[in-house]
Design a protein around this ligand. Sequence first.
Ligand SMILES: CC(C)(COP(=O)(O)OP(=O)(O)OC[C@H]1O[C@@H](n2cnc3c(N)ncnc32)[C@H](O)[C@@H]1OP(=O)(O)O)[C@@H](O)C(=O)NCCC(=O)NCCS
Length: 181
Amino acid sequence: MTIEVDAAGIWDSEAIADVAAATFPLACPPGTTADDVSAFVESVLSSERFAEYLTDPTRTVLKVTENDVILGYAMLVDGEPADPDVARAATLRPTTEVSKFYVLPGGHGTGIATTLMAAVVERARAAGRDALWLGVNQQNVRAQRFYAKHGFARVGTKTFRVGSQVHADFVLERDLRGAVR
Ligand SMILES: CC(C)(COP(=O)(O)OP(=O)(O)OC[C@H]1O[C@@H](n2cnc3c(N)ncnc32)[C@H](O)[C@@H]1OP(=O)(O)O)[C@@H](O)C(=O)NCCC(=O)NCCS
C-alpha cells in the first residue's frame, strides 16, 4: 500500500469533515453524550469549518492517504497559545499547536499515525518552529502512549469543552530543537 501525506486543500473540506466526525468520538472519555459529540462536530468539525481552517494562513491541515482515500488528518496552528493554562505550561517558543491528530480505526497500530507525525514534525521544523504542543484527554491512554513514543512530555493540564461538558486534558510538549528524529 502507498501511504502519502500531503497538505490538504479547500477541495478536501468535505472528506476531512467526514473523517473528523468518524474519529472525534474515539478521543472522548466514556460518558461523553451523543448530544455533546454532535454539538461539537457541528460547531467545530463541519465541512464549512474545515473550509475556513483550510484558508487560514496560521493553520496547516495535513492529510494521510492511501490511493487518494483520506485515512487521517492533523491540523497545526502556529502562534502563541490562547489558553493561559497552556501558555504557562508549554514554555518553548516559537510553538505550534497540534490541534487535531486523528486516524480512522482501521489504520490504528499500522504505522500510519507515525507517518503522519513525521510529516507534522517536518513541516513544523521547515517553518522554523522550536516546539509542538497539544492537549489530550486524561483518559485517552492510547493517544498518550503514542505521543510519548514520539517525544512529547507532559507539562501541565487544561480543560476542553465538548458541548455541555468540560473535559480534563493533559498538555504535552515536544522540543523540536536538536537532533532530528
Ligand atoms: C492517537 C492515534 C493517532 C495513535 O495512532 P495508533 O496507530 O493508534 O498508535 P500506535 O499503535 O503507534 O501507538 C499506540 C500505543 O498505545 C498502546 N495502546 C493501545 N491501546 C492502549 C490502551 N487502551 N492503553 C494503553 N496503551 C494502549 C499500543 O500498544 C501502542 O503502544 P506500543 O507501540 O508501545 O505497543 C490513534 O489511536 C487515533 O487516531 N485515535 C483516535 C483519535 C485520537 O485519540 N486522537 C488523539 C486526540 S489528542
